[in-house]
Design a protein around this ligand. Sequence first.
Ligand code: DND
Ligand code: ATP
Ligand code: MG
Length: 261
Amino acid sequence: MQVEKKRVDEYIHETTDFIARKVDEAGAEGVVVGLSGGIDSATASALAVEALGADAVHGLVMPTGVSDDENMSDAERHARDFGIGYDVVEIQPVVDAFLDGHPNGVDDTEAVGNLAARVRMCYNYLVANEDSLLVLGTGNRSEMLVGYYTKYGDGGVDILPVGGLYKTEVREVARELGVSEDVVEKTPTAGLWEGQTDEEELGAPYADVDDFLRAYVDGDASVEEAGDSAGIGEETARRLVDLYQRSEHKRKTPPYPGFGR
Ligand SMILES: Nc1ncnc2c1ncn2[C@@H]1O[C@H](COP(=O)(O)OP(=O)(O)OC[C@H]2O[C@@H]([n+]3cccc(C(=O)O)c3)[C@H](O)[C@@H]2O)[C@@H](O)[C@H]1O
Ligand SMILES: Nc1ncnc2c1ncn2[C@@H]1O[C@H](COP(=O)(O)OP(=O)(O)OP(=O)(O)O)[C@@H](O)[C@H]1O
Ligand SMILES: [Mg+2]
């Protein structure tokens, strides 16, 4: 247990140094971050407060019509707990204006959810441009490896302080930083449509997803070996591999003819 705590403390130290250095290198005044009431944004923003001081961290709480009220009030409570100044931006009218502007209409729940994530990205950059801030990303390694984020939506950010941590590790860091336990324990959701949960979409709990990815991506286990060690069935293991391979484009800059020559 003591060793674990040391590892978490070292991680926090390394990451707060990283945030402070990146903001300094950019000549920026601080960071802006979308606050969703979930653990990833709570952890990333708490790390930024530790790195830069609360005055240099600005939060944006951006509900749509499908946002859970409790998540939105948790986002505001988290901001107050950590002394983060924030604005609430109701983005549903903006999402609706986008959809109304399309001549044929759009009837695709996922596409509309991704649009909401991209509208949030636009507000983050509006504030970043105006106030000389960097956009603080909240993605973790589990999400990055399976592409579980919207390209140029919540994936459109300047720095990713928890990008090297699996979801299960984010929980350890969150606890150490004093993020409220109900935020640490709540069911992860992208909140893009009603009732959505990460684990249902991914097909397994994060504890198993992380065990699988550690064995398959970080280690040299085969799909079958990694699936067995994570205790997930072959179908789920193959699905995770498929998500990993099909999301490679999200982890790279856009290719062009002659790229890499
Ligand atoms: N091979 C390739 N090379 C280059 N580009 C490629 C490509 N394949 C697809 N694309 C492009 O990528 C697009 C698909 O990517 P994208 O638009 O991201 O959409 P997509 O990956 O289909 O959906 C996003 C997923 O992330 C989840 N999500 C989103 C936001 C937040 C969170 C969260 O946890 O909070 C989770 C969401 O529930 C959904 O499962 C395609 O429409 C195409 O434009
Ligand atoms: N309603 C919202 N208001 C502001 N930002 C949001 C909102 N919904 C999502 N975001 C941004 O998108 C990011 C990605 O969402 P994601 O659900 O992966 O993270 P989380 O909500 O912080 O944690 P969890 O994955 O456990 O739900 C959030 O961390 C946050 O920065
Ligand atoms: Mg969430």
